[in-house]
Design a protein. Sequence first.
Length: 267
Amino acid sequence: MMAGMRIAIILLSLIVGFAPARAEPVSIARGDGPALTGELLKPQGAGPFPAIVALHGCGGLRAADGRLARRHRDWAKRLVGAGFAVLFPDSFSARGLSDVCSTRERGVNARQRARDAAAAADFLAAQDFVDKRRIGLIGWSHGGSAALAATAFERPVVTDYKAAAIFYPGCRGFVGRGWTPRMKTILLHGVADDWTPIEPCEQLAGEAGVEIVRYADAHHGFDTPGVALRTRHAAYSKRGDGVVTFGTNEPARADAIARVMSLLRGM
């Protein structure tokens, strides 16, 4: 075979191998209200694949253009490329909500969203292409708080989560309340986070004996790709003035990706 043709075939295989998965809309039944919508992405083939329930933050599941938000697209591409099916349940649409970052009366709390996560896990466990013994959980920010509740207080019916990675959650409401995860769990948090401060999470992790990874100089949303550091107004802030900071921190992002992927591969 000519060298040029061999190189072309290799390049084509790489392109095909890293083609982005398409998000498939799904309906997720739950016992305490209308069905949730969700976005499901999975590798090619029959499986069974390990699977991830991924919980969006206070900004909702989608960007303004209707696609999955940037952070979710980035993680979905990575997870699917590594052989995981990924389900993003939308906790907001069925409740008539969209972005709740700027309102204190949010219309949905961590325990309710944890039950959404349980319904999503049960949905995955019922699919032939999912290895129901290997279902993990990821949550970010508002979804991170939901993941805290899901790991300790709200359990799926069919099969429990095998591991959980929780990014910059609001931890204050869990401190001193007996939070003890049932599975291997890591917290990943920026020391400079002025939206959901790290100190309550450090206390929570200490109470439960759970690993917390601290990233110096990292702010909220540090794992979202390509976001310059900026400020915005939010309902809650560490400083109390409603101004919060968010944006990418590349060293923290790279380390978090490596840690989370290692955790999930070990399920």
